[in-house]
Design a protein around this ligand. Sequence first.
Ligand code: NAP
Length: 251
Amino acid sequence: MTFVNTLENQVALVTGASRGIGRQAALKLAGEGAKVIINYQGNDEAAKETLDLVCEMGGSGELAKADVTSSEQVEELIKKIMDRYGKIDILINNAGITRDGLLMRMKDEDWEKVISTNLTGVFNCTRAVVRPMMKQRSGRIINISSVVGISGNAGQVNYSAAKAGIIGLTKSTAKELASRGIMVNAIAPGFIRTDMTDKLTEEVKAEITSRIPVGRLGNPDDIANLILFLAGPYSDYITGQVIAVDGGMTM
Ligand code: NAP
């Protein structure tokens, strides 16, 4: 791949970058010259592997272990980034989990954990970067929602509610920040091959694939490509949008 350094000297925070989509996003952003802050919650080994991959390709970055559900930890993380780099240009709100189950059997903790990680986490990180981005009068915030936040999914009331919440949060934030040069968009991935979807049986994967016009599940790279576009200079006039990357599944 040829990189043209469209993000040289930019500072990008990617939440949940130890694995899956977040890791691929960190690699792509670093490949374009951004300094990537690799956030994760507990998987030190996987996060270190992401950083090693960034360094191997000549990029620069650092690890930032912090739980996005904790506003204190998030505030502290953003303060550290500001103390070290003096700015933050790009926030990718990607950290997310699933705790699937039918509504009538869903436990309080499965509801709360998914809402706090997938929705409150986005709120915590976005609120923490808004002040520095407003001062800079520029910034990019990219929130990873899901197609199930648009269409719903049996067995995922918690997850789809959180992902639908991200869409409302994205549009309201976009309206608040557009005049300051901060573009805020959401990506709604379909089914992407990561640890999150590894849990699905082959039978379920085959059934899902049969509903995807492109005829395959997505790869983290399919999402990272759009993240890169929305984070870079070619998306100056795009804000408040929700873009599905799902092989045509929800058209
Ligand atoms: P994944 O492979 O399971 O990775 C999840 C990442 O989130 C890990 O880096 C994990 O860190 C981090 N994380 C979880 N809880 C966290 C917390 N409280 N604080 C900080 N980091 C936390 O997931 P993925 O499939 O790449 O998904 C990434 C995003 O895309 C999620 O928001 C997901 O909902 C969304 N999405 C995925 C799909 C799909 O098909 N895969 C489809 C639609 C949307 P540790 O490694 O430390 O645990």
